[in-house]
Ligand binder design. Structure first.
Ligand code: SAM
Length: 228
């Protein structure tokens, strides 16, 4: 079987049905095949002992690789049209976000998110965690209104009119909260409210980025750009 990482909550020795079907139908697993199982903060080398479904496995060896940024990284992207948040959740998971919670803002076109869409975004986070070798799947939470955001230890808001650059304000010794506006941008009062909550406006270059690109660029500067 080719190398594979399967999400197995609790590393119980039994794979969830979706993972079992992937192993059996796509990877053609056989008894004795080895693969990796992972959960929130655990990872282990495992061996298939029964095909089922569900696939049953035994753990051969536990490992603890370090793939996290080292501080909590919350991303607060504004609600976006269509399926754009799927791209944001996928990339944000790869880039080390620990929490992703959409914001309802003045200029967001959608003002809410259905249960089905939230579940799909959560499934995308699981897939992206697997693909990027992370043990921790970021929480993907239902949207909140911008004014319900808590005060943060260290925050940045991507804003076209900002003067500060990420590298001038970033401190990776502190937890991080990142906010990005919707297609129509943040209203000035919203940027002021975010500043009161501890978010510094930051500039992401001379071009106007799509909201999805801006979220990914901001996060990449804070994690990948710092080797974290
Ligand atoms: N006309 C809108 C404005 O001036 O805010 C453009 C919105 S842009 C398409 C969507 C979001 O991406 C913005 O609210 C901001 O958070 C972020 N963004 C896009 N380009 C940016 C840049 N060059 N610097 C900082 N933030 C940017």
């Amino acid at each position: 079987m080719r190398p594979h990482r399967a999400h197995s909550p609790g590393l119980t020795g039994v794979l969830p049905l979706r993972e079992s079907r992937h192993l059996l139908e796509v990877l053609r697993a056989k008894v004795g095949d080895r693969f990796t199982v992972f959960d929130v903060d655990r990872e282990a080398l495992a061996e298939v002992v029964e095909l089922g479904p569900p696939v049953r496995y035994r753990i051969l060896e536990e490992r603890r690789p370090e793939r996290e940024v080292g501080v909590e990284v919350a991303l607060y992207p504004a609600l976006l049209k269509g399926d754009k948040l799927a791209e944001v959740v996928r990339a944000a998971t790869e880039l080390g976000a620990t929490r992703i919670q959409p914001l309802v803002t003045r200029h967001s076109v959608p003002k809410e998110m259905g249960e089905g869409k939230l579940k799909r975004l959560q499934a995308i986070a699981v897939e992206a965690a697997k693909q990027s070798g992370r043990l921790r799947v970021p929480e993907v939470l239902p949207p909140i209104p911008l004014n319900a955001l808590p005060k943060v230890e260290q925050g940045m808001v991507a804003h076209v009119g900002a003067r500060s650059l990420v590298r001038e304000v970033l401190d990776l010794g502190k937890s991080l909260a990142l906010a990005v506006g919707p297609e129509g941008g943040f209203a000035e009062e919203e940027v002021e409210l975010l500043q009161e909550k501890g978010f510094t406006p930051v500039f992401l270059g001379q071009r106007i980025l799509r909201a999805e690109t801006a979220a990914i660029a901001l996060l990449a500067l804070c994690t990948a750009g710092e080797g974290r």
